[in-house]
Design a protein around this ligand. Structure first.
Ligand code: SF4
Ligand code: SF4
Length: 291
């Protein structure tokens, strides 16, 4: 088979696969409570705490809040959060790019915004990062933990978890026959703010849930194996005024600069890799810390 005939399939594959995984995950959290309703309980839970056939998985930040609030930890908390952090260390914060239901909605809003404003990649990325998202999220998480320690021993930061609201909404609606009203106004309000402000504002600067998985992903860069985008400068053939990878990244990152600050935020969505396949093929995924 000629290379030209297989390239279109390759070009489409990452985006199509990712969208299928995102939509499938979204639908799974509707289907799971439906199955639970009929006593099929191999999978239970939501994006705060989940159980897959006896294997616990948990939002690390929710577990940290529970530990701080109760001054205690359980084996389930350590295992659930530990497995998620281990996955993040090996794959980076791929949860955001591949699984989070709010991430899917946020990307769709960003696509809509880009279409409406006709923004180009270079124009989009020229509004450089004025403050470091990881530091901002760290401040928010530190304030939340301080509040739990001093005044409000409740998981206050989970109230800011969009994936938790979305997945808990279906659980409450199907299993408890009640409407989780905050999910109905808070999630659309945040999406509206993202549409107005652009740059996937919530996910980049405020979502506290993404902080620990981003930090685990950053720590994972020290491992011998870790999924990451690699840039080969000599293959890059885009002019400076028209970088396809910049246009493709909904998080306004520059995949050509694989510095730690960017790699902590890169969700390994592969949009830049796919865009680059139409140009110099200078970007690709590698499961290795070494070139
Ligand atoms: S930043 Fe938060 S809301 Fe956005 S995709 Fe990641 S976990 Fe989801
Ligand atoms: S740099 Fe590439 S892989 Fe990372 S978030 Fe941006 S588009 Fe996705």
């Amino acid at each position: 088979m000629k290379e030209s005939s297989i390239r279109p399939t390759i070009r489409r594959s990452i985006r199509v696969t990712r969208r299928a995984v995102q939509v499938g995950t979204f639908l799974a959290f509707v289907l799971i409570p439906l199955l639970n309703n009929y006593d099929m309980r191999a999978l239970t839970g939501n994006m705060v705490a989940f159980n897959a056939a006896g294997v616990p998985l948990a939002d690390p930040l929710a577990m940290l809040q529970a530990a701080v609030g109760s001054f205690s930890v359980t084996a389930v908390m350590i295992t659930g959060a530990g497995l998620v952090l281990l996955a993040a260390a090996l794959l980076g914060p791929a949860f955001c790019g591949w699984l989070c239901p709010f991430g899917l909605l946020s990307e769709l809003v960003q696509c809509l915004r880009n279409k409406k404003s006709g923004v180009s990649g270079s124009a989009k990325s020229s509004g450089a990062v004025f403050f470091r998202p990881v530091l901002l999220k760290s401040g928010l998480v530190a304030a939340g933990l301080l509040l739990i320690l001093t005044a409000l021993p409740l998981p206050v930061l989970t109230q800011l978890s969009m994936p938790a609201w979305i997945t808990r909404f279906w659980q409450h609606a199907i299993l408890l026959r009640e409407i989780l009203w905050p999910a109905l106004w808070l999630v659309p309000a945040v999406l509206l703010a993202e549409f107005v402000l652009g740059g996937r504002f919530w996910c980049r600067y405020l979502c506290p849930q993404s902080l620990l998985i981003s930090l685990a992903g950053l720590a994972g860069l020290a491992l011998p194996k870790r999924l990451q985008v690699r840039f080969t400068p000599k293959a890059c053939n885009c002019p400076a005024s028209d970088r396809a990878c910049l246009a493709a990244c909904s998080l306004n990152l520059n995949p050509r600069k694989p510095v730690a600050a960017q790699m902590a935020q890169c969700v390994n969505c592969g949009d830049c890799v796919e865009a680059c396949k139409k140009r110099g093929r200078a970007l690709g995924f590698k499961f290795s810390a070494k070139d």
